[in-house]
Design a protein around this ligand. Structure first.
Ligand SMILES: Cc1cc2nc3c(=O)[nH]c(=O)nc-3n(C[C@H](O)[C@H](O)[C@H](O)COP(=O)(O)OP(=O)(O)OC[C@H]3O[C@@H](n4cnc5c(N)ncnc54)[C@H](O)[C@@H]3O)c2cc1C
Length: 345
């Protein structure tokens, strides 16, 4: 199997900047994230909030910051794998050399001498309906926690559960293509944008959306796939069963360290201990950068993560090319970078 120079677990700001620093040294990266988009906390938790402490950038929203990082790594060689969690990390031998192998929840396998854990506070995972036992057995058979492709919902009986922006947005959007669509929420008040709530309520008036409040799910029915759903009315305690093809649970996300806890790394609480020379963990070739790491004086700030990964990449280079001098240079005089950026002299 082809080996990669660096495998980065987590495509938050620090994971993205790792690609830049690696690229400057001519190293390639694979970036893997559990989310459906790059950007970590900035994109998921505060895309519209302003950040004021990125050096030299007086003001940037979370999403603008992520967009700028993605633009900045355009010249470099990297592959991005989304919607999959890195589940396993183990040492493997190839010839006389030792490598690390990661396997994702989508069964993608990668091998490298250098693993960068840029996992922030852990992988973002969708909240499941608390009262349903193992709803995941219906994944891709009528249960989902995000809308990845609208086509799947064409002409289907859809139930959306939740009271935030995602539930409102997708109710409005999928009402255009669904056979029927119901929005189910525990109370008749929503946490999403007022404008979208108004659109949803207008669709209810026009008979295009069925609003079910105060309801919650009672059970999922179906052998191989979802065929019906039972819903409980909070006020009357009555249970009603309706035909259903697709149930979409949009209850928000939890952060979970998950598999990282099992990788035998030195932990301090929920953080991975590293040295401050090269941000390596207790295992050679495994680095931890950004919010996930811990050392005396650590601050959970984006700029700290950028510094950490810059030094870690230097060590990664030495591991790939032992004995060679790391080609350090200023970007102002890095001719290879300028060539890639199309800078005319
Ligand atoms: C509301 C808010 C405001 C903030 N404002 C500022 C600010 O003004 N300035 C500042 O410097 N910082 C700010 N921060 C903190 C800043 O967002 C973090 O320091 C930064 O996001 C850390 O980046 P990271 O790349 O280390 O991790 P994250 O941004 O957390 O990204 C980690 C990524 O790793 C993924 N991941 C984890 N485990 C796995 C796995 N096993 N497999 C696959 N993927 C995995 C996660 O899904 C996630 O996308 C703020 C944070 C919040 C919540």
């Amino acid at each position: 199997m082809e080996t990669k120079d660096i495998i980065v677990i987590g495509a938050g700001p620090v994971g993205l900047f790792t690609v830049f620093e690696a690229g400057l040294l001519g190293l390639n990266c694979v970036l893997i994230d559990n989310l459906d988009k790059p950007g970590g906390q900035c994109a998921e938790l505060y895309p519209e909030k302003p950040i004021y402490d990125i050096p030299g950038v007086p003001f940037q929203t979370g999403q603008e910051h992520v967009d700028a990082l993605i633009k900045q790594i355009e010249p470099f060689s990297y592959e991005l794998f989304l919607n999959q969690r890195v589940d396993s990390l183990k040492e493997v031998e190839d010839g006389n050399e030792n490598y690390w192998e990661v396997i994702t929840s989508e069964d993608n396998k990668f091998i490298s001498k250098n693993i960068f854990i840029a996992a922030g506070a852990g992988s973002f995972e969708p909240r499941r309906p608390p009262n349903i036992e193992n709803p995941d057995k219906y994944i891709d058979k009528g249960v989902s926690y995000a809308v990845k492709s609208k086509d799947k919902y064409q002409n289907k009986n859809i139930f959306i559960f939740g009271g935030g922006d995602s539930a409102l947005d997708w109710t409005v959007e999928l009402s255009k293509i669904a056979k029927s669509i119901s929005l189910v929420h525990r109370r008749d008040a929503f946490r999403g944008a007022q404008h979208t709530e108004e659109m949803m309520r207008n669709l209810v008036k026009d008979g295009k959306v069925n609003l079910l409040t105060p309801y919650l799910i009672d059970s999922i029915i179906g052998d191989d796939c979802v065929t019906e759903v039972s819903l409980k009315n909070f006020e009357t305690n009555e249970i009603e069963t309706q035909d259903a093809d697709e149930l979409i649970f949009l209850f928000g996300l939890n952060k979970k360290l998950g598999p990282i806890l099992e990788w035998d790394l030195g932990l301090n609480g929920k953080k991975i201990s590293v040295n401050t020379e090269n941000y390596q963990t207790n295992k050679e070739g495994i680095f931890a950068v950004g919010d996930i790491n811990d050392y005396p004086g650590k601050l959970d700030l984006i700029l700290s993560g950028f510094h950490e990964t810059t030094l870690a990449v230097q060590e990664a280079y030495k591991r790939i090319y032992p004995g060679e001098r790391v080609p350090f240079g200023y970007t102002t005089s890095n001719s290879k970078l300028q060539e890639k950026l199309g800078v005319k002299k």
